[in-house]
Design a protein around this ligand. Sequence first.
Ligand code: PEP
Length: 268
Amino acid sequence: MSRKTIIAGNWKMNKTAGEARELARELSAAVDKLSQKDLPQIVLCPTFTSLPAVTTTLTGNKKLAVGAQNMDYRDNGAFTGEISAPMLLDLGVQYILIGHSERRQFFGETDLTVNQKLKAALKHKLVPIVCVGESLDEREGNLTDKVVAKQVAGALQDIAEQELESLIIAYEPVWAIGTGKSCDSEEANRVCGLIRTTINEYYKTSGKPGDKVPVLYGGSVTPANCEEQLAKPNIDGSLVGGASLKAPDFVAIIEAGAKRVARTPQVV
Ligand code: PEP
């Protein structure tokens, strides 16, 4: 049995609620026309303000789930401007992006806050998609493996192996995000494999939990390059930014995901 295929769209700070509803409708109608047998799990991550519009539009749709782009690790309290896991669950949100590089770069996210948010997601049964990846300086300084392994181990601090069942990791090299310069698929495959090995080494058990964790690639994924990426054994799906905002492009990436599902029996 191979790992689940997941195609997730990060809409970042784009679209009003009305525009988000329209895109969700368009995607839902297009996905309905595809062969349902081999569909990957699809996750749409709109802004907080569009979550109700998108969850309502997709109510009852098992293949298109909704994720948020960030959350606070606390449940409630005097934290002005923050949003918690119970609030997201209340809206029908099922997935949560944690530690996206834009959060790390611009909003002070650290390995510690990623770990705190991961614990909160697991506690509340939101499916976490933890993002890791090196900057251009780090890649040019041959630090990719060290940085990625540190981010993965940092996220997993004090998390029991049995809690990892729903964990998803996304390898997103910072230099590839929004630049049009996607990581070479062979190299992306190598780093996704390293992520899995890091998880196995962290737990040091015969269970090899890393082998069960889906690892996605993200960074300038397009209809033109996704098929090659998704053909690699260590890449279980795509985390898509820019191309997820255009229905035809995102549907083409979903179709590439469906080809992966058809090739490999999926864990349900
Ligand atoms: C992202 O935001 O996670 C991302 C990968 O963006 P893009 O596809 O635009 O590079």
